[in-house]
Design a protein around this ligand. Sequence first.
Ligand SMILES: Cc1cc2nc3c(=O)[nH]c(=O)nc-3n(C[C@H](O)[C@H](O)[C@H](O)COP(=O)(O)OP(=O)(O)OC[C@H]3O[C@@H](n4cnc5c(N)ncnc54)[C@H](O)[C@@H]3O)c2cc1C
Length: 399
Amino acid sequence: MNEAEIVIIGGGIAGVSAAYHLSELGHRVLLLERDAIAAHASGLNSSLISSTPQRGVPDLEALLTAGSLEIYRSLQLDQHADIEFRQSGTLRAICSEAEAELASQVVEAAADATSVRLLSVGEARSIEPELSPNLLGALLFPRNAQANPVKATRALAQAAERQGARIVTRCAVTDVARRADGSYLIRAGDMTVSAVRLVIAAGPWAPAIGALLGIEIPVVTVRGQMWATEALPPRLQHNLSSMESSLYWHQASAEPELPSHLTHRAGRRVTRHLYGRQTRAGEIIFGGDRELLGDHAVVDPDGIASNHRHASELLPLLAALPVQRSWAGLMAFSRDGHPLVGPVPGEPALWLIGGMASSGFGEAPMAGRLLATWMHAGRRPDLLVAADPAGRVHVPGKP
Ligand SMILES: Cc1cc2nc3c(=O)[nH]c(=O)nc-3n(C[C@H](O)[C@H](O)[C@H](O)COP(=O)(O)OP(=O)(O)OC[C@H]3O[C@@H](n4cnc5c(N)ncnc54)[C@H](O)[C@@H]3O)c2cc1C
């Protein structure tokens, strides 16, 4: 039998960040990944690092993204891992008076005036010339960034290995059991491992791992999808998005037990969400749909066509550029909208990191650092109050 101090299940951005930061603190880590590193959402996302302006203190999601941005920047500049990191900023297009009203509120609510600016359409087009002259304006988030998601996730995994973490891929965890001394017995492939502590970082598959231990992890699986044009010479400078879904989600009433930021309800489209950028390889990539479909990572061509039309309204050059390829990926949305980072209540040796929805590429590096700090020091970092699984994860038979 193998013995490990800490076993991490899942080699997405959350698992590799936990592995990197725990090994940096001197812990002996074994990460088990069913497929390859970055095989799922962490390698399929649009990799916008969207550092939204802080609305108050502490603002968990904004601070996680700000911390992650520094981790990605350091990977690129200090560790010389070319992850295509670029602090490109985001322009969020404003297309109606109601969106303009909401955009003004976003600027007024920002705790730091330098984190967001309202631009006229002329100002927006002077820094992003391909934007449509029909827009009413745009919000500029100058701190937002982008990177290559596969390269970034793999670079963090390699950095963890250089610090001594062991990473085993093509190795699915099929069983987990508690032992009398409080440790865990894990079966994965032909391995049996005993672990003093266990971290579940299995994205949308976290509930399946939790079920092996009788624990209900409150995340639901949401399908996202994206498309790409052929490779072009550089045409776009910024990350690009639209206010349309922001306005809908601002006005819509929440449904209990369901995440609020979805584009479809009961199989019907309720709003159009949009985000994208041009990659270093030249493809223009966009996505936006977020639909509850269970474990169904298959592309819906109608959704792709709708997203392509929406993007073409912002960027007229896209109308003449057909979709060359499309793909889908699965995300874990927590039911209450906050990440889940910390120990399972009543199970001090069992830890979670996940539920970061459509912002996990931007939030998980810092979430992994804070998880490692908590596991190492035994004290919850103040920032993680809203992410604490206590009171949110149900363990039958335990208070
Ligand atoms: C189309 C799309 C676009 C997105 N765009 C953005 C964006 O622009 N910005 C942003 O911040 N976020 C974005 N996201 C969200 C982001 O990708 C996710 O929040 C993030 O990648 C989640 O990381 P994770 O490590 O928690 O999960 P995952 O990447 O899903 O990793 C979980 C891993 O666990 C492994 N696993 C599962 N079960 C087992 C098992 N039994 N044994 C071993 N391993 C197992 C899986 O194989 C998987 O590799 C997007 C997502 C999608 C799908």
